[in-house]
Write a protein that binds this ligand. Structure first.
Ligand code: PLP
Length: 390
């Protein structure tokens, strides 16, 4: 029998993190104790001042539709924040507010990429990039991120892979899942390739820009002419521990911003109005809670990296940003999926196989250190034991 579903659904991928979470929850229902290192979200609560701003907005009438591109005052605040942090001039009409950062990927790809176009994207990388490229009928061209390059991309490789058909280059720094970052030198090579082409865009996913432990965040938008060629994705999920609120934004040239806003009109109408007011407080209010969270992640990074390196068969580089480690597990002799299942079912630790992030993730696992030091230590002990007992 023919499928009842539209043909295009065959090309849509997903995020394995949610599948592993479901498996872990099923085990917990049976009474098993699981340490969750599979989830990509801060374990901290949203700062109080942000929650209070949401409540205040809720009780003062922010309960109706607002413009599809976002509340003007909030778009202005985002424009000022990005202008200051990326050292570029952004206007409010170049900002579109969305329910989370993810819709910026979806909408900018829908608005720019035709079937048959080529899109370069990091691999291992956030799985939704490849999923969306396939969904619009474009050709995904992976940029392998290698451990020997500190999980940063090889700019010369990118240069070689750009063809006349390339419509978009997706970059992500700091990167999920590897914690790698892109330096000014890397970005310059990409910027030079893009600068003289009218039909080539960069989607710069900078959602982890504030979660960085070494060096400072560099944005491709700061290179001459690149602001107009880039869709900068950022948001509140990670920086302010607001994953469930669904609040993000894209910064892009005005004409494209209008198209993305039109996609918002056709899908969500607008991003939740009182949550936008909470976002305004997040940007304008004290940053201490967010800074404390990053300082805590930095401590946990030390614990998890040194702990993993003590386990036979595992080696782990120190991530430079985000809150994930991407240890090499080839020394265990197991493939990453088998090892992931073994650790879940026999060790009580939920992790993600590297291949959840693309084929170049084989030989690795992704562990989130957005969990307490106590739980990280417990997980390390369990991983060590599970590897001995197999
Ligand atoms: N980009 C990357 C690289 C991510 O890891 C994530 C979330 O895990 C997102 C974007 C999406 O974030 P949001 O919750 O704002 O949609």
């Amino acid at each position: 029998m023919d499928s009842i579903f539209a043909k295009r659904m065959e090309t849509l991928g997903t995020e394995t993190a949610f599948e592993v979470l479901a498996k872990a929850r099923a085990l917990e229902k049976q009474g098993k104790d699981i340490v969750h290192l599979e989830i990509g979200e801060p374990d901290f609560d949203t700062p109080r001042n942000i929650k209070e701003a949401a409540a205040k907005a809720l009780y003062s009438g922010y309960t109706h539709y607002v413009p599809s591109a976002g509340i003007p005052e909030f778009r202005q605040a985002i424009a000022e924040y990005i202008s200051k942090t990326r050292k570029i001039d952004v206007n409010a009409d170049e900002v579109v507010v969305t329910p989370g950062g993810k819709p910026v990927m979806f909408f900018s790809i829908l608005a720019l990429v035709n079937p048959g176009d080529e899109v370069l994207y990091p691999n291992p990388g956030f799985p939704i990039y490849e999923s969306l490229i396939n969904f619009v009928g474009a050709k995904p061209v992976p940029i392998p991120l290698k451990e020997e390059n500190d999980f940063s991309l090889d700019p010369e490789y990118v240069k070689e892979k750009i063809t006349k058909k390339t419509k978009m280059i997706i970059i992500n720094s700091p990167e999920n899942p590897t914690g790698g970052i892109l330096t000014k030198d890397h970005l310059k090579v990409i910027a030079d390739c893009v600068a003289d082409r009218d039909d080539l865009f960069v989607l710069a996913d900078e959602i982890y820009s504030r979660i960085i432990y070494e060096g400072k965040h560099e944005s491709i938008t700061a290179f001459p002419g690149l602001k107009e060629k880039t869709i900068l994705l950022d948001g509140f999920s990670k920086t302010y521990a607001m994953t469930g609120w669904r609040l993000g934004y894209g910064v892009m040239q005005k004409d494209l911003a209008q198209k993305v806003a039109q996609l918002m009109t056709n899908s969500n109408s607008c991003t939740c109005s009182f949550i936008q007011m909470a976002g305004l407080e997040a940007l304008k209010g004290p940053q201490t809670e967010s800074e404390k969270m990053v300082a805590e992640f930095k401590k946990r990074r030390e614990v998890i990296v040194s702990g993993l390196n003590k386990i036979k068969g595992i080696t782990c580089k120190k991530p430079k940003g985000a809150f994930y480690v991407f240890p090499n597990i080839t020394g265990t002799g197991m493939d990453c999926r088998k090892l992931g299942d073994h650790l879940l079912y026999n060790g009580g630790v939920a992790v993600l196989p590297g291949t959840s992030f693309g084929k170049f993730g084989e030989g690795y696992l992704r562990l989130s250190f957005a969990n307490s030091v106590e739980n990280i230590k417990k997980a390390l002990e369990r991983i060590g034991k599970a590897l001995e007992n197999r």
